[in-house]
Design a protein around this ligand. Structure first.
Ligand SMILES: *[C@@H]1O[C@H](CO)[C@@H](O)[C@H](O)[C@H]1NC(C)=O
Length: 250
């Protein structure tokens, strides 16, 4: 299997879970690894960064083209797992979303993402699957970094890759089904960190900050028997906070 973006927050633990032999290559210069698609089972896009829209679309196109060119005619389709996110469900405090709820209003930052999800699952060349993790937490803290910077386990991707032929063409929300309010999280964080409360909200000034304030109620049902084994964010907050501090050398 190949994980593109194997140094990142999802990709690194994922690569560790799969025990991969690393192929170092620039995702933006795929010539070093593309010929490998001839013999691969699965490619997972977990790239991040500023220009993920262009990068992910280019990766999808070049991988599809390479699969067509390099794979023998009788070979099964190459499985391609694209990492999206539950932000495509948008900011909605009322309606509960599932994996199959039609996407209507993604957060502003990710207006482009539903189209890319469709390109993946509708690919005629690849066995396309979309996984949508929600907010990630633990270790170095990912998107919560400005707040108290967080981990993810490769387990879910592993299950998906193993069952790739069954779940081909599916989009799967990878979230727990707890509802955790930002207020509860912040109140607990004040307690856990010993910060001087009370907390206050600053108005969001970038599309990313706006996305972080979005609320989505997700109740996934397609998740292949996968279930997060970590405590929910509020229950485990002290541990997550200490883990982040340790990672920062604080
Ligand atoms: C990817 O392929 C689609 C469909 O052929 C095309 O519309 C799109 O412009 C391509 N995007 C990139 C970045 O190459």
């Amino acid at each position: 299997m190949r994980v593109l973006g194997a140094s990142g927050f999802i990709g690194l633990p994922l690569a560790q879970a799969f025990v991969l032999i690393p192929v170092i290559g620039e995702t933006s210069k795929p010539s070093s690894w593309l010929p490998l698609v001839a013999t691969l089972d699965v490619v997972i896009d977990a790239v991040g960064g500023q220009d993920i829209r262009m990068l992910s679309e280019t990766l999808l196109n070049t991988t599809a083209a390479a699969a067509q060119k390099h794979r023998p005619a009788h070979a099964s389709k190459l499985t391609y797992i694209y990492t999206s996110g539950t932000w495509v469900h948008g900011d909605d405090q009322k309606e509960v979303k599932t994996d199959t709820t039609p996407i209507k209003g993604p957060v502003e930052l990710l207006q482009w993402q539903p189209k890319l999800e469709r390109m993946v699952i509708q690919s005629s060349v690849l066995n396309g699957i979309v996984i949508r993790p929600s907010l990630l937490y633990g270790k170095s803290a990912s998107i919560l970094a400005p707040l108290f910077r967080r981990a993810y386990e490769g387990k879910f991707y592993h299950l998906t890759a193993e069952k790739a032929t069954i779940v081909a063409g599916l989009t799967i929300d990878a979230t727990n089904d707890f509802t955790e309010s930002v207020d509860d999280i912040l109140q607990n964080l004040v307690k856990v960190s010993g910060a001087k409360g009370p907390y206050e909200y600053a108005p969001p000034s970038t599309p990313l900050e706006k996305a972080i304030t979005a609320t989505t109620l997700v109740r996934p049902y397609l998740a292949l028997g996968w279930y997060p084994r970590k405590p929910r964010l509020i229950d485990g907050l002290e541990v997550y906070y200490i883990a982040w501090k340790g990672g920062e050398g604080l």
